[in-house]
Design a protein around this ligand. Structure first.
Ligand code: ARG
Ligand code: ZN
Length: 390
């Protein structure tokens, strides 16, 4: 890895217009990796912006920010050190562990093991293969029964958001280990099925382990370009590529050559289309910024059950910021949440897990447990609501 990198977090003051120009300038003059939001085009007045530049550019960037009167703070002044510090779990054991970040090989083996060891509750299927040929596994978690409603949850859309797959694994562990003792979990598993997709963008996830920790997109090739990958969360047929997405294959928010151009998004969409009669809720797990977002993100229009979604998002107990994607963060078309909603799944949520920018994507392993516990609470709350009202 070409490290150390510098990571800035700048807060806009009242100089918003100038500041947007400053960011555009920084973005074009220096190689900039936007962390939050994902691209310069999504920078709005008064918005906090996190981005990373290479160490040898940092002095220039800092003086530019200072000249322009932008208030900024260096959150990570040596990313290599923070990335090493991610692995701060006390667990020394090798092999799969719920309080550690597991690589794909370990997660894949875990999907087989957890199903084999809990045959009464968990089964594993394959819904497709990735661009590079890896099997996309799906776990079905629940006591077998007839006419059960289902909740679909996926993790690992964006490769660098490691806390997301960690949470999907945590959820399955909690399901199998508290079934029969936790009243709510028992009721949920008796009456609902959970479809859990532990990692959707497996190729990207593997790439973050082997080559480049900050990779976001898939790893598919693009014709006519040497740049790799499509943003899977800009690749769905929901106002596809109209706003907040890029048509340029080199960009981090590239929407792809067509909706569902990616084998991964196509596999997910095919599965959901096939199971529309049972799936009542769609949950997609991302990081970071601690938010609970619901449709729409491709338009400022409110969905038909907006008031209900607000109520549901506000009552679940964990103190995340919530609201529609467009009004809470930015317009961004082609997301799976909006697509699922327009398929008729009226309870569709994007979770943005911890943190709010201190570590960003480099969240230490010691935060897997608290992050998962608070997210599990929200999930169970939503599932219970589905059971009663959907
Ligand atoms: N940070 C997420 C992303 O950029 C937010 C997703 C919100 N939903 C959406 N349809 N844009 O993918
Ligand atoms: Zn994401």
């Amino acid at each position: 890895m070409k490290l150390p990198y510098y990571h800035y977090q700048a807060r806009d003051t009242n100089l918003t217009i100038t500041i947007t120009y400053v960011y555009i300038f920084i973005c074009s003059a220096f190689q900039t990796d936007f962390w939050n939001p994902e691209t310069i085009t999504q920078v709005k007045p008064e918005m906090r912006v996190d981005f990373r530049v290479e160490a040898d550019k940092s002095a220039d960037v800092e003086s530019l920010l200072e000249q322009s009167g932008v208030e900024y703070e260096i959150l990570i002044d040596n990313l290599k050190m923070v990335l090493d510090a991610q692995f701060d779990s006390n667990v020394r054991a090798t092999g799969h562990n719920y309080e550690k970040y597991n690589n794909w090989e370990t997660i894949a083996a875990w999907t087989a093991d957890i199903a084999a060891q809990n045959a009464n509750l968990v089964s594993r299927t394959q819904i497709g293969t990735t661009f590079q040929g890896r099997p996309i596994y799906l776990l079905k978690v629940g006591k077998s029964g007839s006419n059960k409603k289902a909740i679909f949850m996926d993790c690992g859309f964006h490769a660098r958001e490691w806390i997301s797959p960690a949470f999907c694994q945590w959820f399955v562990k909690e399901a199998v280990s508290t079934y029969g003792s936790d009243t709510l979990m028992t009721r949920l598993l008796n009456n609902l099925d959970f479809y859990i997709l532990p990692v959707l963008n497996i190729d990207g996830y593997v790439y973050t382990w082997t080559s480049y920790r900050m990779w976001r997109k898939t790893r598919s090739t693009n014709s006519g370009s040497s740049c790799i990958g499509t943003d899977p969360n800009r690749n769905f047929n929901a106002g596809w590529c109209s706003v907040g997405a890029s048509k340029k294959p080199c960009d981090d928010t590239y929407c792809g050559s067509a909706p569902e151009s990616e084998k991964e998004t196509k596999a997910l969409a095919d599965f959901i289309r096939k199971n529309l009669s049972t799936i009542k809720a769609y949950l997609t797990i991302h990081s970071y910024s601690q938010m609970l977002l619901f449709p729409y993100s491709y338009t400022y229009s409110a969905p038909e059950n907006y008031a209900e979604l607000v109520k549901l998002a506000s009552l679940y107990g964990t103190k995340y910021t919530f609201g529609s994607g467009a009004s809470t963060i930015y317009l961004a078309a082609g997301g799976s949440d909006d697509w699922a909603y327009d398929q008729g799944i009226k309870y569709s949520f994007t979770f943005e897990l911890r943190d709010t920018g201190r570590y960003g994507f480099a969240l230490p392993e010691s935060q897997i447990k608290p992050t998962s516990e608070e997210t599990l609470k929200a999930d169970k709350y939503i599932a219970n609501y589905i059971l009663s009202y959907a």
